[in-house]
Every structure is written in structure tokens, then in C-alpha cells.
Write a protein that binds this ligand. Structure first.
Ligand code: ZN
Length: 175
């Protein structure tokens, strides 16, 4: 049975908390949480998810870039579970591009993010991984990482004129 959980919506306190570090990667609690995140993400058109979005204030994200109805231009990658993730920018270069969020339905906005980052995380086999990410995948990572800090992407929008209803966003990108 798929363990699909409800997505916490903007205004829920859990989205504003600093999430706790995972201490035991192999505990049944952690494994259960990872399965719930995988199943919940698979039930959506999203390209990433974080534990706080299923109301668990723990430091786990999944980055799963793939072309979907929500993100037709997204590159394809294996969904990657990242436990206790961290990152450093590899450049000062910042790019604005469109983001949306399962916790903020119906809205898109332009968000400034680093274009190139180096990330480290613990994977599901309890190994430390270091990786370089660029472009849209780096953007997804930074978006999901923010959720662990109690930040949502609207907090980073620089101009309210860059917030669109999703219907207007689709008109814009399909033109
Ligand atoms: Zn989000």
C-alpha cells in the first residue's frame, strides 16, 4: 500500500520550523518516513518534496527532477533521497526562474537562486555523498533545503509583480 500523506499547506506551523537532524538513518522511523515521502511525491506532479511538507519536522528531502505537467522543461533524473543535506554556492551567480510549491497551490513566482552549488548529504545506504548541481536541479535542491529552514519560496521573491496565478503562468510559458 502506498503511504500517501496530506501535504501541509502554507500557514501550517510545521512549514515554519527549523527541522531536526536525522540521527539514525537506519531506524524504522526514518525508513517509514522516506517511504511516505517517496509515495507522496509520486502521487503528485512535483519535482521535489521535504519531510516538513508531510508534517514531519526532520531533515530529509527528495530531489526528483522530471518533465511533468507542472514543470514541462525539467530534466530527467533518478529521484534522490537526501538526508541531512547541506550546500555551498560555487559561484556568486544568481538566476531568477519560476517556482511553485505543493504547499502553496495555484501560485508561481520568480525566485533568485544560485546557479551552481556543491551539496553533501547522507544517502539511503548511510553513505556521505558530495555532488555538484547546476541549473534547475540546483534550484530544486535550494527550494527543498529552504523547507528544512522554515523558509518558503515566496519569502525570497523580490517583487510582488513576479508572483503569478498558475493559470497566468501557463499562458506565459505556452506562448
Ligand atoms: Zn516547496
Amino acid at each position: 500500500m502506498a503511504d500517501v500523506r496530506a501535504i501541509a499547506q502554507l500557514g501550517a506551523e510545521v512549514l515554519r520550523l527549523q527541522a531536526d537532524k536525522i540521527k539514525n538513518v537506519n531506524s524504522s522511523e526514518t525508513i517509514k518516513l522516506i517511504h511516505a515521502l517517496q509515495d507522496t511525491l509520486a502521487s503528485t506532479q512535483g519535482v521535489g518534496i521535504s519531510a516538513p511538507q508531510i508534517s514531519v519536522s526532520k531533515r530529509i528531502i527528495i530531489v526528483a527532477s522530471r518533465p511533468t505537467v507542472r514543470y514541462p522543461q525539467a530534466p530527467m533524473m533518478e529521484p534522490t533521497v537526501m538526508i541531512n543535506p547541506k550546500f555551498n554556492p560555487l559561484t556568486e551567480e544568481i538566476e531568477k526562474d519560476w517556482e511553485g510549491c505543493l504547499s502553496i497551490p495555484g501560485i508561481r513566482a520568480l525566485v533568485p537562486r544560485y546557479t551552481d552549488i556543491e551539496i553533501t548529504y547522507t544517502n539511503i545506504e548511510n553513505k556521505q555523498v558530495t555532488q555538484k548541481l547546476t541549473g534547475f536541479v540546483a534550484r530544486i535542491f535550494q527550494h527543498e533545503f529552504d523547507h528544512l529552514q522554515g523558509i518558503v519560496y515566496l519569502d525570497r521573491v523580490e517583487d510582488n509583480l513576479e508572483i503569478f496565478a498558475e493559470s497566468e503562468y501557463f499562458k506565459l510559458i505556452n506562448n
